[in-house]
Design a protein around this ligand. Sequence first.
Ligand SMILES: *[C@@H]1O[C@H](CO)[C@@H](O)[C@H](O)[C@H]1NC(C)=O
Ligand SMILES: *[C@@H]1O[C@H](CO)[C@@H](O)[C@H](O)[C@H]1NC(C)=O
Ligand SMILES: *[C@@H]1O[C@H](CO)[C@@H](O)[C@H](O)[C@H]1NC(C)=O
Ligand SMILES: *[C@@H]1O[C@H](CO)[C@@H](O)[C@H](O)[C@H]1NC(C)=O
Length: 602
Amino acid sequence: MALSVLTFAAQLIIAQANIDKAVLALVEKLGYVYTFLLEKDTIENMKSMKENLGKIARVVSDCAGFIKNYSNTTNFWKRLGKNVVSETQTAIDDYSQALDGLMQQYRDHTIRDIRIYVHRVLDELNLEGMSYVGGASLNTMKKCLDDTRMEILQDIIDWVNDPDPDAPRILWLHGQAGRGKSAIAHTIAAWTKDVGRLGSCFCFARDKRAERREEKMLSTIARDLAGWDPVFRKALARVLEEDHTLKTTPDVLQQWKKLILEPVSEAASVIVGNVAVVIDALDESESVSSRRPILSLLISEEAANLPSNFRILLTSRPLPDIECVLSSSRHVRVTCLDEVPWDLAYRDICIFVSKELAALEDIGQEEVERIAHRSSGLFEWARLACEFIKPYKPGLTAKEQFTDLIALPSDDAKVLLDTMYTTFLGSLGLRSDRSLRRFRSVMRQIVTAFVPLPMATLNHMRGLFPDEDDHYDIAIVLQFMAPMLGGIIDNTSPVRPLHASFYDFLTDHSRSGVYFINTSDSTNPAYARASLQVLCSELQFNICGLESSYFGNHQVTDLQERIKKNISCHLSYSCQFWAKHLERTKFDSSLARLVKAVVGSE
Ligand SMILES: *[C@@H]1O[C@H](CO)[C@@H](O)[C@H](O)[C@H]1NC(C)=O
Ligand SMILES: *[C@@H]1O[C@H](CO)[C@@H](O)[C@H](O)[C@H]1NC(C)=O
Ligand SMILES: *[C@@H]1O[C@H](CO)[C@@H](O)[C@H](O)[C@H]1NC(C)=O
Ligand SMILES: *[C@@H]1O[C@H](CO)[C@@H](O)[C@H](O)[C@H]1NC(C)=O
């Protein structure tokens, strides 16, 4: 900006021939400012210097205008009977002074800014406040069992390490639910991390949809890359310094261009060796429309031209919207887990099952092989099969449970998991109306929560459900659900499905039948009412007992501790999601009264 104005001014000055001596002095000064800035404008631009340049540019432009108008202006002055010489001198003195002052400021700023800049580079570069999804990264508990899946893992690792500049930058690993995609993703992430080549690992999760992870995926990855490489970090810090709004923008396209592409292109030349970014379970993101921008970035020219040492491993089920985009892009390599040779999957499942069932005396190699055979290569099915056979059930030997399992009708792989879920739920013996109703009520409570909640919180909220009949300890249902749900051993970790397909099963009537949970049913006001009641009874003035309201959050040193002590999990949940629950509930005048009590002021 500054330069273009200056160029314009300089041209004007050169074009002026006939001018007074006094004005000539001003022209000379402008020439000096111009050459000075010409040199400085190209050095690293820092914010306050830019501001200063802008000011100088404005004065120069006015000054040039003055010179340009000079003969007209003097005529004008003459007509007004003014003393042209002294008027001219006053104007010139004013411009001169303004320019000298600004030039001095500019020099001072430069020195100060260079000092700050050096300080920043030496110190931590400030990335605070960037959107970041916690708990979405590598989980080594999800890794493949040692010595299984070696061929496919090796194949992916070879691609990650491939030095060929034309290697595809993206690998899409897809397969139906239960094939072990996530296990492979986490294994690759763990392996690359061990050798310092993991840039970032980002996982979507069906039960975390309320977090809208897709809006924070790229900024989280950028933040991880910054932690991994100092050059990337420096470049990212500079981008954010120039535009603070980028730290929290939900705009995926801006994130991609500014937080990924810009710093990546700067860092690429200095990063030695290849770097992997793992994105797991894209199909579990919030909705088709929310992942569309991500998909279009992945097949863009820019993604194709990422530095040749960048690799993105992406896993998902082959849902139509994802498949349609990724399967036909030239720079996306596609690997299908459903097509892994049968003998390899069979061998790996044998290893897994025999380890799981090693303690059972009446299960030998033959039984293991039959289970592996029945699994049709679905790891999740094999895991559930082991969970089915393992626990002691009254009056049945492990061998008999094995026989029952094998006797299940043999279906194609698509419905194998469903058959397993139905068998499992059937074995719980939810025969009476009451037990089945309670099962559905508890599962409904878990499935419709916007974030996974621990048992204690679920029980507390349940205590506020309008129907007396709903007031029981959910452990009477959940304690039998360990094969499908995590977090039911203790009261404090969130209850969540071990495999996303279990939620899909429960919420699809054609698959789950009597166990179906209708998530679009708006007639159940339970959650909305419970969360509003929590707000009514537990919100209070100065809830954390702060001594003064004049402190900013960052000045309260034990804020996190106070929050933990004074704000319960159910209160925090209710504050965040009461409106969302209300949105999903049919109008009801008693709910409206509660809303009024919470938000209305008298
Ligand atoms: C020069 O003259 C133009 C038009 O006569 C006017 O718009 C402009 O403000 C003048 N510039 C100065 C610096 O007097
Ligand atoms: C000088 O003034 C005349 C009349 O006001 C105008 O037509 C002309 O464009 C002006 N010249 C400059 C260089 O501003
Ligand atoms: C689920 O509930 C909605 C709204 O009450 C209803 O329209 C729909 O038919 C129900 N679905 C099933 C499968 O019962
Ligand atoms: C917050 O917690 C502290 C320590 O447990 C307690 O003394 C205090 O009364 C609590 N404040 C409120 C407003 O509940």
